[in-house]
Structure formats: structure tokens, C-alpha cells
Design a protein around this ligand. Structure first.
Ligand code: NAD
Ligand code: DAU
Length: 351
């Protein structure tokens, strides 16, 4: 049994689906179901006794204690977070509450639970903290990619809150000996990505005939990884990562935003041409830049590749093609997310 937090979000739900596709080890999935949590992502697991969903907050210590005592997990995989940089700029409070205070509560609950284990169960316990490359700050064009020893220089309320959580996790290892591992991953994309983030927003807006808003000059660089490859990296680190270590996760795929947007447009042009025969690229609109916008992220994933033998399965070309195809085939999912209907569905299932 493993406990996953945030398993109804974008990466968490992909992780839970992949986990249960490859193993019979059950999952307790603790998720608050904020605007970003969507149980529709996990609809294929309805009635599957290996998936035990609990709606709740990682900040709720009593609930955490109860879940740990009841399910006795051998590991915690911690995804739950407020994840969107733009939202953190407009309202940082929730980011501190969930990403920092919530992680603190989870660490403390894990420490109490782990302290009560003995023998192999104690030795084998793991707390895997899922984090981001944004904690390292921003790179100049000529800088080498981020390694695990890069300074922490977070620039947004989101990245500052994640950096704080990474520091807490590190401290719980050094001070209390809690068996932790941390992953710092680059930008993910793929199925179930909430359409407030660049790639799904561009697909959804393009199909709806809306503008494709590109911040600033569109030359900011992100390093993209297909979500299933992030999930396989997490599984590998959980299995074999050295305690107290951090592992960067990325697919060596740096691209300027404007290229990403044009690439998405050209795939849509081929797969779902506009009625007027024009390209979706006609809808691109340069808009005001994001405050404090990091210029470039790039992940050096050699530690994970060499030490643990991990490799991504998808190239950017194959991953983005699958992603566009998935959105074209799941317009009902998009409609529900945009209307907020998925919350009604959840309420009915778990009333
Ligand atoms: P997401 O916003 O799609 O999902 C977050 C999930 O956490 C949602 O299901 C939400 O309901 C849940 N949640 C939020 N607050 C909670 C709370 N207080 N208690 C319990 N559940 C709560 O995020 P995501 O993109 O899937 O990211 C998951 C994790 O991966 C985050 O920790 C994020 O920092 C990290 N990460 C994301 C990316 C990326 O590109 N998306 C890259 C690297 C790391
Ligand atoms: O690097 C990992 C991080 O990637 C994760 O830790 C975050 O949780 C995740 O949200 C993501 O953060 P970004 O800020 O990089 O992702 P976002 O999709 O919001 O933006 C990607 C880039 O595209 C960024 O440079 C801003 C730009 N952008 C974004 C949106 C939503 C636009 O130009 N237009 C847009 O409408």
C-alpha cells in the first residue's frame, strides 16, 4: 500500500493510473479536490478496490494520522500542491498554506508514523517529495543546465513555496532521519493537464477560435517532459533513490514558448483543420508579460540517468502528438473542466 497525495491532479492522476496498470499494490489517494483536482481523471478506477480515494487536506493532521494508522503504507508519494505560477502571483496565500504548511504537517505525520514502525517496515519506508526545477531560478542563454547542486533562487511565490517545502524535506532527513527522496522535474505535458497551463490552454483556445496568448516576446525557454515519463522517473526513484538525495528529472528538451505554440498549431492544422483553411497560428496574440517571468529552465538529468538507469520513453515529437490527439478525443473532459461540471459529478459520487 502506498499513500499518494494530490492524486486527482494532472501528474498525480497519471501516476495513480500508471501505478495500478503496472502493479496490484493498492493506493490511498488523499486529495482536497481544489479547482485542479478532478476525479473524472480516475473514472476508469471506479469500483477498483485497489484505489481508495479520500477527499481531504494534507494540512489536516488528525486525518493524516488516521489514514496512516489505518492503511499502514510503505511509502508516501507527495504531489499535492498549488501548482500554477500565475495564480500564485495573484494570490500567494494558498500556496504557502498547502505547499509549505501542508508539507510540514505531512512530514510530521510521516515522522510520527515511521517512528512507530520497526524492522524491515521501518527500514523500507520512503517519503518521496515531488518538486520542480523552478526552485533553481532562471538561467541565462549560455548557462549550463540545472544540476542538483545549483543554488536555490526561486522567483515566484509558487517557486518560493516549493523551495521552502524542499528545504523542509531535506531538514527532516538530516534532523530526524526520516527516509526522504526528492525529485525536481521540468515542465510536464500530456493527458489531464488543466487548461490554464500553456500547452492545454493553446489547444483548447485554438479549437474554440480564441486568441492564443503568448506572454512577452515568447522567447522564454522551458524544458518539456511527457507526464508518463515523469511518472516512470518517480517510480524509479521510489524504488532505488538514495535517501536524502535529490534527483533532477527532465528529457533534454528545451524550447522557446513561441515554438511550442506554433508546433501545437501545426499539429492541429493537420489533424483538425480550421474551416476557413487558415492556420491556427493566425490566432497567436502577444500579450503583457508575466511579472518576474523566468527566462530559461533547463534540466541536467544525468544523475538520474546514470545512477538509476532512467530514460524517457517519449521524444517531444511523439509526446506532443499524443497529447494533441488526446485533447481532440476528450473534448467532453475539456467541456466539463471548463464548465466546472466535474465538481457536481464528484459530489454525486462521494456524497
Ligand atoms: P495540479 O495542480 O494539477 O494538481 C494538484 C493536486 O493537489 C490537485 O488534485 C489538488 O486538488 C490537490 N491539492 C491541492 N491542495 C491540496 C491540499 N491542501 N490537500 C490535498 N490535496 C491538495 O498539479 P500538478 O501539475 O499535477 O503537480 C503535481 C506536483 O508536481 C506539484 O507538487 C508540483 O509542484 C509538481 N510539479 C509539477 C510540474 C508540472 O509541470 N505540472 C513539474 C514539476 C513538478
Ligand atoms: O517547470 C516546472 C513547472 O512548470 C511546474 O513546477 C509548475 O507547476 C507548472 O505549472 C509549470 O510552470 P510554468 O510557469 O513554466 O508553466 P505554464 O504552463 O504556466 O507556462 C509555461 C510558459 O508559457 C511560461 O514561460 C509562461 C508561458 N505562458 C503561459 C501561459 C499559461 C504563456 O506565454 N501564455 C500563457 O497563456
Amino acid at each position: 500500500m502506498i499513500l499518494v497525495t494530490g492524486g486527482a491532479g494532472f501528474i498525480g492522476s497519471n501516476f495513480v493510473l500508471d501505478w495500478l496498470a503496472g502493479s496490484d499494490e493498492p493506493v490511498v489517494n488523499l486529495d482536497k479536490l481544489t479547482y485542479a483536482g478532478n476525479l473524472h481523471n480516475l473514472a476508469s478506477l471506479q469500483g477498483d478496490s485497489r484505489h481508495h480515494f479520500v477527499q481531504g487536506d494534507i494540512g489536516d493532521r488528525a486525518l493524516l494520522d488516521q489514514l496512516l494508522a489505518e492503511h499502514q503504507p510503505r511509502a508516501i508519494v507527495h504531489f499535492a500542491a498549488e501548482s500554477h505560477v500565475d495564480r500564485s502571483i495573484h494570490g500567494p496565500e494558498d500556496f504557502i498554506q498547502t505547499n509549505v504548511v501542508g508539507t510540514l504537517r505531512l512530514l510530521e505525520a510521516a515522522r510520527a508514523y515511521w517512528g512507530g514502525l520497526t524492522g524491515e517496515r521501518k527500514d523500507g519506508f520512503r517519503f518521496l517529495h515531488v518538486s520542480t526545477d523552478e526552485v533553481y531560478g532562471s538561467l541565462e542563454k549560455e548557462d549550463p543546465a540545472f544540476t542538483e547542486t545549483h543554488n536555490f533562487e526561486p522567483n515566484s511565490p509558487y517557486s518560493a513555496s516549493k523551495a521552502a517545502s524542499d528545504h523542509l524535506v531535506r531538514a527532516w532527513f538530516h534532523t530526524y532521519g526520516l527516509p526522504v527522496v526528492t525529485t525536481n522535474c521540468s515542465n510536464n505535458y500530456g493527458p489531464y493537464h488543466f487548461p490554464e497551463k500553456l500547452i492545454p490552454l493553446m489547444i483548447v483556445n485554438a479549437l474554440a477560435g480564441k486568441n492564443l496568448p503568448v506572454y512577452g516576446d515568447g522567447m522564454q525557454i522551458r524544458d518539456w517532459l511527457y507526464v508518463k515519463d515523469h511518472c516512470s522517473a518517480i517510480r524509479r526513484v521510489l524504488e532505488a533513490g538514495r535517501l536524502g538525495e535529490t534527483y533532477n528529472v527532465g528529457g533534454w528538451n528545451e524550447m522557446p514558448n513561441i515554438e511550442i505554440v506554433k508546433h501545437v498549431c501545426s499539429l492541429l492544422d493537420a489533424q483538425r483543420p480550421r474551416a476557413d483553411g487558415q492556420s491556427y497560428a493566425e490566432q497567436i496574440s502577444y500579450v503583457k508579460d508575466r511579472p518576474g517571468h523566468d527566462r530559461r529552465y533547463a534540466i541536467d538529468a544525468r544523475k538520474l540517468e546514470k545512477e538509476l538507469g532512467w530514460k524517457p520513453a517519449e521524444t517531444f515529437d511523439s509526446g506532443i502528438r499524443k497529447t494533441v490527439q488526446w485533447y481532440l478525443e476528450h473534448q467532453d473532459w475539456v467541456a466539463q473542466v471548463q464548465s466546472g461540471d466535474y465538481k457536481d459529478w464528484v459530489n454525486k459520487q462521494y456524497a
